[in-house]
Each structure stands twice: as C-alpha cells, then as structure tokens.
Design a protein around this ligand. Structure first.
Ligand code: TRP
Ligand code: ZN
Length: 483
C-alpha cells in the first residue's frame, strides 16, 4: 500500500519558498524519496537498506525458552542519509503490532522479509530519528544459501533453551534491523525470562531485576559497534563460570548444564590464547569475552561478538582459538560486503595454526603446512577472494585462505607479517574493510614478491605452486579443514 504523494499535499503557496530555502523542515517532503530496500551486496543483494544508518538498537524482549516465543519492543536510533519518504527494515515472519517514528504512529507494510515504514512526515537528510517496532511471535530461522549444513540461520532452539547464530542473513529472524555488516551499531538488551533460567547477550551484564512473579529482567550493554549477524542472545538453565584474562579482562563462560567437564576444560586456556593473539594481532578489541556453550545439535560455532556460541561438542582448542581470533578479524574489523568473507574466515582459520604453533611447538605448524599444501594441490579449491555464495564457508576460504596467509608470512618474514596484521586491525578497528584494503596494507609494508604471492593465493584460478622448502611430494591428506 502506498500513501498519496507528499508533494500533492503541500499548499502551492509554500512551493516557491521551498525552492528558495530548500533546507526548511516543511520542504523535506518535496525532495524525499523512499530508501532502497537492499544494498546490492554481491551475495545477498536484498540485505540491508539504503537511505539511513542505524546507530543503536535497544531490544526489550520477553522470551519463553519452553514455548520458544519472543515478544517485545525494538527501539532503533537512526540517522537519515538522504531525505526519506519511507524506509525499510528486515524482519522475517513474526507479527508486527505497531510501528512509530519519533513517537508518532507510522504506516507500515510487509513485503517478504522487508518491513517498509512510512512516517507521517518525511525525514530530512541528516535527521536523527527513533523507530519503535512492537512485535513478536514464534521466530523461525532464515534459510541461507551460504549455510547448506543448517535448515536456516538466526533463531535456534533445543529442548530447553533458545540461541541465536545468525551469520550471514539471519538477524531478522529475531529483531527488525538494517541487516548488513556495513551498518554496525551499538546494542542494549533487556531480556525478560523465567527465574529458573538465565539470559545472555553480547557485552556486559549491567542489571538484574527479579519481578517476584517468576520472571526476571536481565540487561546487557554492548558498547562497541557490532554487525547485525554478530548480535546474539541465549536463554536457558546455564551455569556461569567466571575467569580473568590478561590485564584483568573479565571472562564469562555460560555452559549448558549437560556440558561435561572434559568439554569445559579447553576454555581454561582462553587467557593464554588472548595473550598470544593480543601480541600478534594488537590489543584485544572489546570490553569483555566469554562463551555460550550450548546444547544445540549444531556441529559448528559462531563468533558472536564478545561471546562466541558453540554447538554441542563443537568446542575444541582449535575452534575456541578460531572464534577468539574472529573478535579481531570479522567482529572488530568487519567485512565490507559478504564476498570479503576471507577477511574473517581465512584469518580465523590461520589463527588456529598460530595457536597450535604456540601450544605444540613450531614443528606442528611445519607439518600442518605440508599436509595442507598436499591436500590443497589435490583438491584444488578456487580462489578465496571470489568464493560463490555457496562456498562462503567452504574449503577455498577456510583452507586455501589460511594457507594464503601462511604463504604471505613465509615470503614477507615473521616481523613484517605480524606488522601487517597489527596495522590492518588498527586501521580498520570497529569498522569495515575489503580484501583490497588488506592487500593495500601488504603493498605498503612488504615488497612486491610478498604482494604477488598473496595475490596468487587469493585470486588465481588454481592453487599456486609453492616451495615449502621441504619434500612435499608425498604427503597424507588433511581432512580437518577447521577446528
Ligand atoms: N562463522 C562460523 C565460523 O566461525 C561459521 C558459520 C557461519 C556458522 N554461519 C553459521 C556456524 C551459522 C553456526 C551457525 O566458522
Ligand atoms: Zn569462522
């Protein structure tokens, strides 16, 4: 349903004044246009929306982990990037009861996963505005071409708990949003759940109020910019184990009670991992860290910001190192578009090589390099800088992508290589970068040989030849693509 044009309703006497003083509020309507309902991402063209920038999300949600329902209010602070007659948010299924803009009821229509909002008055370019969406229902995961190993991404449930693992296109399964990593924002969560359970979200727990009626409200604040797919909540009967990282960094691990001691033990090495990666990648970028170790039947983990989420039995030292490294690569420095996924997965995968080099000694990485190179030459996955959407989380990005960094390291030398990593994480901290942005840092700090080696590993159709300096003619296959 479209509204009558705003222009038609402007009294003609005001038109000439508007031409003279185009910035007057009443004239916004003359120039206002609908914001685009997609950002044209190469993998997910409909994700994200044009015309505004989401600044902060405040999500006040009541969650029933038994009924698997969610009800609440999303309050979104945003800034108009152009004069807007209407704008779009993503929201998958769920019922929308009411939408307001700057406190006044606004018209809205649903079109697939787009929620188009038409405020009473057009929004001027540069204007800050507040959108409130009252919504709820039983959330459903969003099917994703990039994640064929799951029925969908986003909202996930077990017998007694709910979780969110949304990469790449599932954030709209639980809140209305500008669902693209190029629009990072601040988050505050107010989660009302049964007192028998607990609730977790990104960032720092700041308050707990017991309502005395069997429910409680827990508040979490994430005060560094975050991509929508990294936002998460978990509700269930978790056990909290606190620990301390380097420099007094607070660590909070939430274990589902069914997680056994052997599955919890590897988390004891998180402080040592943070020390190692802080030295190699630059200071840890967030205010806290921890884990949600779930009872989900999902054989994978996701780097949800400040608090990675693990499927049942998917926490190993190598996965924990991988998700921790994502805090620098993917979370603090986010992809500009989803086709830049190598910047997240290639680096996180190589980080588990670095952890194994530290924990098991330098011989371990030399053997791993030989095995991996032999396997890559046989399987010959395509270039990690240009995976298809179906291969976003495949061997090309994770294994050839990790080897690309190893090849760069061997060519540039350790000192230059880690200088490149620290320069890159520092320059794009809490922002977005493309594969080309990383290559530019390499060109700046290393010689042409290093740049060319990296370019081949990233862009050449076939796995390049590479001299590891040893006898790599006969090597067993390495089937462990990632931790
Ligand atoms: N980024 C995840 C990793 O660290 C992989 C992943 C992508 C994922 N989408 C997911 C895992 C959804 C669980 C659910 O490798
Ligand atoms: Zn990863």
């Amino acid at each position: 349903m479209s509204r009558p044009s705003r222009i038609a309703r402007i009294p003609s006497g005001r038109l000439s004044a508007c031409v003279l003083v185009a910035t007057l509020g009443g004239c916004t309507a003359l120039f206002a246009e609908p914001g685009a309902s997609g950002l044209g991402d190469p993998f997910f063209p409909a994700l994200g929306n044009g015309g505004y920038d989401a600044v902060a999300y405040d999500l006040a949600l009541t969650i029933d982990p038994t009924a698997k329902t969610l009800d609440g209010v999303a309050t979104i602070d945003a800034r108009a990037l152009m004069a807007l007659s209407s704008f779009s948010l993503e929201l998958h299924r769920l019922d929308v009861r009411e939408v307001s803009v700057d406190g006044r009821p606004a018209d809205f229509v649903r079109d697939g996963d787009e929620l188009r909002v038409t405020p009473d008055d057009a929004l001027a370019e540069g204007a800050h505005f507040v959108v409130r969406v009252t919504y709820g229902g039983a959330p459903e995961a969003v099917p994703s071409a990039a994640v064929p190993f799951l029925p969908g991404v986003g909202w996930m449930t077990s017998d007694d708990s709910v979780y969110v693992m949304a990469e790449p296109n599932g954030a709209s399964s639980w809140f209305p949003c500008n669902d693209h990593p190029s629009d990072k924002a601040f988050y505050r969560f107010e989660l009302t759940v049964p007192v028998a359970d607990t609730a977790v979200a990104n960032g720092v727990p700041t308050a707990r109020v017991d309502h005395g009626d069997g429910t409680q409200t827990l508040t979490f604040v994430a005060s560094d910019p975050m991509a929508t797919y990294l936002a998460t909540i978990a509700v269930g009967p978790f056990e909290l184990v606190e620990d301390e990282g380097p420099g007094g960094l607070v660590l909070r691990h939430w274990f589902h009670p069914t997680i056994e001691a052997a599955q919890r033990a590897p988390f004891e090495r998180v402080p040592e991992m943070i020390s190692l990666f802080s030295e190699l990648f630059g200071g840890y970028p967030f205010e806290c860290f921890g884990s949600i170790v779930s009872n989900l039947q999902v054989g994978a983990a996701l780097e949800t910001q400040t608090v990675p989420t693990y499927g049942l039995h998917s926490a190993s030292p190598s996965t924990i190192a991988h998700e921790l490294a994502h805090q620098w690569f993917g979370d603090s420095v986010s992809v500009r578009s989803f086709s830049d996924v190598w910047l997240a997965e290639g680096f996180a995968s190589y980080a588990s090589w670095l952890w194994s080099e530290h924990a098991d000694g330098p011989e371990a990485i030399a053997r791993r390099a030989e095995r991996t190179y032999g396997m890559l030459r046989r399987a010959d996955p395509g270039p990690p800088a240009a995976p298809g959407v179906e291969d976003m989380f495949g061997m090309s990005v994770y294994v050839r992508g990790a080897f690309a960094l190893h090849a760069l390291r061997l060519t540039a030398g350790d000192e230059t290589f880690f200088e490149i990593l620290r320069t890159f994480t520092g320059r794009y901290r809490h922002g977005n970068a493309s594969v080309a942005d990383f290559e530019a840092v390499v060109a700046e700090l290393a010689g042409a040989e290093a740049s060319d080696t990296l370019a081949e590993w990233l862009h050449a159709e076939h796995v390049p030849e590479f001299d590891l300096g040893g006898d790599d003619a006969v090597v067993p296959a390495d089937t462990s693509t990632q931790g």
